[in-house]
Design a protein around this ligand. Structure first.
Ligand SMILES: [Zn+2]
Length: 256
């Protein structure tokens, strides 16, 4: 069976900001299947369209971005600003994990700029554990349990800082210089968001912000563009740095 990677992030364009370069490299260099899940369809991501309408638009944008690299897009169908760790979302993410059967899971930093991201991180962490527990919701979930807990990595928080503004140093940096154009192409598929973010955050350059952040992460590692990650190393989670081994990660501290 082909190895699979699953990103579980809050909103439809988070993968294209935080980890798409790593996903592109895994599929191109190692033939991995890529699955991109967002917890919500981005139903609050518009000032003009009502929730159902913008959700429809953004599910299609998510699928379109994933299609750029032959990946599969999934929406867990929670709602913006209402992602809360609990039984329902946990069940849905465990189901998804048991269907996709990922060897590696990527999610948000446990501390990030907004609670949708932090709650998603908690849900993904718990789901990695629960997906390998045979008795977890046994009466409701028919999918076969995972053989073991997947390797879990946290993406950089947005702008590399926690809610108190403190810098979050990555444990490993993946060089994405060779795939930055494909990453930008994927992000550009989220056309509805460029206009929205300009109004909401005063951020005029949607794709440029992604490039700027990638360049900033790349600088200390001596590469043009990078994505930063930290591995979850709690008891019973895999301890070997699989992502680093596959993609030749440098540490975030290299060269200062
Ligand atoms: Zn987000």
């Amino acid at each position: 069976m082909t190895d699979a990677i699953l990103s579980v992030l809050a909103h439809p364009d988070d993968a294209e900001f935080l980890c798409a370069g790593t996903l592109i490299r895994l599929t191109r260099e190692h033939g991995w299947q890529v699955h991109i899940a967002s917890m919500t369809p981005g139903d609050c991501g518009s000032a003009e369209m009502p929730p159902d309408e913008i959700a429809r638009v953004r599910r299609a944008e998510g699928a379109g971005a994933a299609a750029v690299l032959g990946a599969t897009y999934h929406c867990v169908e929670e709602r913006d600003l209402r992602i809360v760790y609990g039984e329902g979302p946990l069940e849905r993410v465990v189901r998804l994990m048991r269907q996709v059967r990922p060897r590696v899971v990527l999610t948000h930093s446990p501390a990030d700029y907004m609670l949708d991201h932090e709650q998603t991180s908690t849900i993904a962490r718990a789901a990695c554990f629960a997906a390998a527990v045979p008795n977890f919701l046994r009466e409701r979930i028919s999918e076969r349990p995972l053989d073991h807990i997947p390797h879990l990595y946290y993406c950089d928080p947005i702008e590399g800082k926690d809610p108190l503004g403190r810098a979050v140093e990555p444990g490993l940096c993946i060089d994405i210089s060779g795939v930055i154009e494909t990453k930008a192409e994927m992000l550009a598929r989220h056309a509805s968001q460029r206009e929205w973010l300009r109004k909401q955050h005063g951020m005029d350059q949607y794709v440029q912000a992604m490039r700027d952040w990638g360049a900033e992460r790349g600088r200390p590692c001596g590469v043009a563009y990078a994505e930063g990650f930290r591995q979850h190393l709690g008891h019973s989670y895999p301890q070997d740095n699989l992502l680093g081994k596959l993609l030749g990660a440098t540490t975030g501290h290299a060269g200062g």
